[in-house]
Design a protein. Structure first.
Length: 124
């Protein structure tokens, strides 16, 4: 078994796909539409999907009134530079940061928390 896709619920799949496309450089799937959008996934790679959900409520991290249920982590070369770039693209920066010297918790425009982690390896 091989993981092929991760799909996030949201109110606006095309807008969220545009944010992640700018953040990661992944290419959009040509069949993306207002109900479902997808990035990457060519040649057996992992794809990121975004599906419209009626009445979508964003996670309320760090409290769990609306649980995050899932979050993605991305490796970056420079935390400060990546954070500034992502915030410039529309990411939010929650006040609570558990370990700012090693990783940063950000939220995408739909409210999903995600982490950027300093270190070697594939980067955004």
């Amino acid at each position: 078994m091989k993981l092929s896709a991760i799909t996030l619920d949201c109110a606006d799949p095309l807008a969220l796909a545009a944010f992640y496309q700018q953040a990661t450089g992944l290419e959009p799937h040509p069949m993306s539409n207002a109900g479902f959008a997808s990035l990457g996934g060519s040649e057996g790679g992992l794809s990121l999907g975004f599906q419209r959900v009626a009445g979508y409520r964003p996670p309320s991290w760090p409290d769990q009134e609306v649980p995050q249920q899932l979050h993605c982590c991305f490796r970056v070369e420079d935390l400060d530079e990546a954070e500034a770039r992502l915030v410039g693209l529309g990411a939010g920066r929650p006040e609570y940061q558990p370990n700012v010297s090693r990783w940063r918790v950000l939220t995408d425009p739909a409210g999903h928390p995600f982490c950027i982690i300093a270190g070697p390896g594939p980067t955004v």
